[in-house]
Ligand binder design. Structure first.
Ligand code: 13P
Ligand code: SF4
Length: 300
């Protein structure tokens, strides 16, 4: 039996379903039951009939899935797959901000630890952050942990005062406007599409800014043929699948999230066999983190 066939068989035996983010390896996206961006996956995870969820993504994604589905078993193919940005804020600063500002909402990008979600009022993803911040009754917003998505939200919702925490995604932060402009010289007809985790210099020269799902939708609906894509290059698998005749270019320094890439078919098979790497959260953390996540699902 091939690894893929073994996974299929074990999925049935263990009543398991596989979710995968667009940044994981193509062969993992290929075998997943559901593939999507962070928002799609967190929504999809609620109400699945299977008892076990194998989450092919980084730890904050598995944690959020467990928080929203406390009775399910959530398995991570690689327990070390983590998101550096998820740790780039701290409860002390949040407390300080709450003391300093009246009428403050702490808005937490889903790319954050469960501990940070516990200190927040609402979670957002890159596909709903603008919509949710706009809908909040509060005048002041403390946006954690990503300074780039926070800045983008501040620009899109000028009626609010958005105070931005100083975190960033190391993969998107490395993208340079210079490299994108080099690609633009080589492919002058191409549109530039950027994830809001990119620095301002990159967003500033983009034709479209949106989440990974937003970028895919934009490409599908566009009459254009060529695109310079400013996000992690794993997105290419879905772009090619949906639009095989269109052309996609990335920055010369390929944007790769090595944590996402640690997930392999062999590791999926291993956790299905052994039940290792289960996400376990204490009741108090789980209950506190559920509020902001559920509020996101209600507002988005
Ligand atoms: P989205 O899935 O919201 O596009 O975010 C990308 C990301 O960085 C996930 O880690
Ligand atoms: Fe975190 Fe960036 Fe990797 Fe997404 S791409 S998981 S934000 S490090």
């Amino acid at each position: 039996m091939t690894v893929r066939e073994e996974i299929e068989q074990l999925k049935k035996e263990k009543d398991a379903v596989i979710l995968a983010h667009y940044y994981v390896r193509p062969e993992v996206q290929e075998i997943a039951d559901y593939t999507g961006d962070s928002f799609y996956l967190s929504r999809k995870a609620v109400g699945l009939k299977e008892q076990t969820i194998v989450f092919c993504g980084v730890s904050f994604m598995g944690e959020s899935t467990k928080v929203l589905n406390p009775d399910k078993t959530v398995l991570m193919p690689d327990a070390s797959a983590d998101c550096a940005m998820a740790h780039m804020a701290d409860p002390e600063t949040i407390q300080k901000m709450r003391a300093e500002y009246d009428d403050l909402a702490v808005v937490c990008y889903i790319n954050s630890t469960a501990e940070l979600k516990c200190c927040s009022d609402v979670c957002v993803t890159s596909s709903n952050a603008v919509q949710i911040v706009r809908a909040l009754p509060n005048r002041n917003i403390f946006f954690i942990p990503d300074r780039n998505l926070g800045r983008y939200v501040a620009q899109m919702v000028p009626e609010k005062q958005v105070i931005v925490n100083d975190g960033y995604c190391p993969v998107h932060e490395k993208m340079s406007a210079e490299e994108i402009l080099d690609q633009k010289k080589l492919h002058p007809q191409a549109l530039v599409l950027a994830h809001p985790e990119c620095p301002e210099t990159v967003c500033g020269i983009s034709d479209y800014i949106g989440s990974t799902a937003g970028i895919i939708r934009y490409v599908q609906e566009s009459s254009k043929e060529e695109f310079i894509v400013c996000t992690e290059s794993g997105i290419q698998y879905e772009l090619k699948k949906r639009c095989p005749d269109k052309k996609f270019y990335f920055a010369r320094t390929e944007p790769l999230c090595m944590d996402m890439k640690t997930i392999t078919l062999e590791k999926i098979l291993h956790v299905l066999k052994t039940g290792e790497n289960e996400i376990l959260l204490g009741d108090s953390v789980r209950e506190k983190a559920a509020g902001p996540l559920e509020r996101m699902l209600e507002l988005a």
